[in-house]
Structures are given as C-alpha cells and as structure tokens.
Design a protein around this ligand. Sequence first.
Ligand code: PA5
Length: 444
Amino acid sequence: MGERIRLDYSKMLQAVPSVEEEINKVRPELMDAVEAVQAKRDKGLLGFFDLPYNDKEATVIKETAELIKSTFENLVVIGIGGSALGNRLLHTALNHRYYNNLTAAQRSGCPRVFILDSIDSDHLKGLLDILDLNKTAFNVITKSGSTVETMANFLILKGLLEREVGPKRAAESIIATTDAAHGSLLQMARRSGYRLFHIPGNVGGRYSVLSAVGLLSAAVSGIDIEELLVGAALTVADCTSTDPYQNPALMGAALQHIAYRRGKNISVIMPYSDGLDYFGDWYCQLWAESLGKTKESGGSKAKMGQTPLKAIGARDQHSLLQLFLDGPDDKVFTLIEVERRKNSFIIPEPSEGGKDLRYLSGNTLEKLLQSEFKATESVLTNRGRMNYKVSLPHICAHTIGQLIFLYMLMTAYMGELFGVNAFDQPAVEEGKIITYRLMGRPGY
Ligand code: PA5
C-alpha cells in the first residue's frame, strides 16, 4: 500500500487550545463544504478528481516518453502558471538535485528536462546556448492554446527549430498539450501533425499537474507516474468523510479557515526539504489564484483570500523566522516534515581550534535538520503562533502524489468555506486584455 503522509494539528491545539472547540462549532459549515465539492464533482465540474484513475492516458504518456527518450537528449517544456509549476514541483521533488548536470548514463539515458516559463530574452538566449536543437524535443503546454507568454516562446523556438532541422523533423520534435476542442495551439498541432495530449475541459490549469501537463515530462525523466497516481488516489479515498477528524484535507481547510477568521491573512508553507521548494511555489499559485477573490452576496462585496508565503527550512530560519516569531501575529504556519532522506552524512570531529564544535561530531546532517524543524515548531507553539504540520515518511512518487491531491482538495474545500469559486481567475483576464491591446491584437 505504501506509506502515508499525515496531517498533525497537535501543535495548533497546544498553541491555541480553543481551536478544538471552534472546529466542533464549524462542523456544519465543514459538512456543507464537503457536500458542495461532492455535488460539483457529481456534475462533472471537477475533473481533477478523475485524473488519478486515468490508466489509459498514463500508458500513452509512458509510450510517448519512451519515444522521446530514444530519440532526444533534451526536453524543453514551454508553459506558464498551472502549465509549468506542476512540472517544476515534480522534477525538483523527485529527480536528482542536479539532474540536468548528470551524465546521460547517470540519468539512465533519460533526457535533460528544462522548463521555460519566462519571456525574459536573456533567459531564452541562455537556454539556447546550452541546447543542440537537433537533439531537443519541445512540449508546449497551454490549456487555452493562446497564452501570450507560452505562444511567443513557442513561435520563436519553432522558427529556430524549423530552420535548424527542417519543418518535417521540427513537427516530429513537438508535442502539444492543450484543450481538446479550442485554441490556436490545437489548430496548429492538427495542421502540422504534432503529437497531441489533451487537458480535460473540466480540469483547471493549477489543478492539472496529474494530467499529461505534468506527467509527460515527469515520465521522460524516469519518474514513476503510476505511483504518483496511486498516491493521489489514496488521498481521494482518505478524504471522503464530512467529519474533519476523518478527512485530513477537510481538517487542513478547517484549520486554515479558523486561522483566517482570527486574522491570519498570511499562510506560510515551510517545508524542511529542498526537494519541496517548488511544491511551495505550486502551493502559492494554487492558494492565491483559487482563493483570492471578490465575494459578492446580498449586494455587498468582500475581498477574500489569504496570502501564501513560501519559506524553506533551515535556510529561511536565517531570513524570515525573526519576523515569524516577533512580527505581527497575522500568519498561520504549515511546517512540512520529511522523516527519512535518501542520503546521510556524519559530521566529523573538528580540527584543532574547533573544540566548541565538538558537540556536532558523530551527529548526522539529517538529525541537525530534524532538530531545527522541531525547534521551529516549538518556538512557534510557545509563542502561541498557529501552526500544524504535514509529515512525509520520505519523498517518493507515492507520497508526492498524496501531497499534491491533499492540497488540491484542501483548496477546493477552502473555496466553499470562503464562498468563492476556487476554479476561475477573472481578475487575471484584465491584465491580459491590456497586454493584447499593447501588442496590437485585433479586437482589443
Ligand atoms: O491555473 C490557471 O488556470 C492558470 O494559472 C493557467 O494555468 C495559466 O494562466 C496558463 O494558462 P494556459 O494553460 O491556458 O496557457
């Protein structure tokens, strides 16, 4: 069955004992939230629930990944927002820290993977300087098929590729991931004969990491995508109850919502793991874009949302922790713990002159990181700062699949508790329209 991740809110109850009473008080709202999410799922509006069970798609993705592996040395993912951050999450969590710097043999023959979600020309030039276009495949990902940043990068790269290898081979090097019915990318892909993957219409960008959006580049680098999906399905099964004590995603949403009502407008996510760095960024997008909304009811408008903030342990203990402890009490903290790591280092005896460091020798680096995790948890709790933790027994595709789904579901519940639509992003459209106008798009 594999190991389970766990949500542990005992420190929250130590820091603020009245939270338990509040959880019980809001039970009817929590029950409504679960039922509302279930009703949307039943209506087919929440396609992300189906992704863990799409074995057929996973098989095609794996076949395509094998083909890419046997033909190319590099894969460049072109996308932005929900069409790129999930890819970064998976690669950072599950691949070697310096994956692209390893030799091909060390990567078991898997291609290097680059994710282009920037339209800074200097970034693009830097990438082109290290790529041999003859040996590079491109996975262009955009659900709408028209996102300006993605399509601008794609058009530039496609032009360069066609010049280098000719239009026929260029078309064979491009995989398009987009909506099944609409968009410029779909039309281009059909006309040019690109390999195509579809993003289901009922799966929003930031909820799409477990579709071909995230899975293709993951499979190309050798990540076990089936285990990711099995892990995600485990969270679905664990999170059906309307009782927060039996549903960790609901408990997470309950704690966040209680914290919000107590004025904690900032939601800090603090993994004690470098591999979860981009999980933090992915979470920030999910939480911000899903919940930062204007709620209209009875003629009045309320500005809803909780600002997500990523911090990494132990690094940010030397940057943000002072603020977390002594600054305004406007934050709720999720600490993410990884109990076992793949590697271990023993700290040796210091040389002469280092007698004050002797206490370290014989200890491991993991014990040091774990001690710092415990120290942060204790000081936050001692100061009454609202905090809880999510523990991963270790990092693998199975636990990351669980973690991803836990947070997507928590966000969906939180949308219901806030009374906002967690699946649209209307305000972002305004800026896009101005950009189109500035770029001379007809009709804008
Ligand atoms: O979550 C979302 O819907 C957005 O962040 C989108 O993923 C992002 O705007 C990119 O959109 P698209 O996939 O259409 O290019």
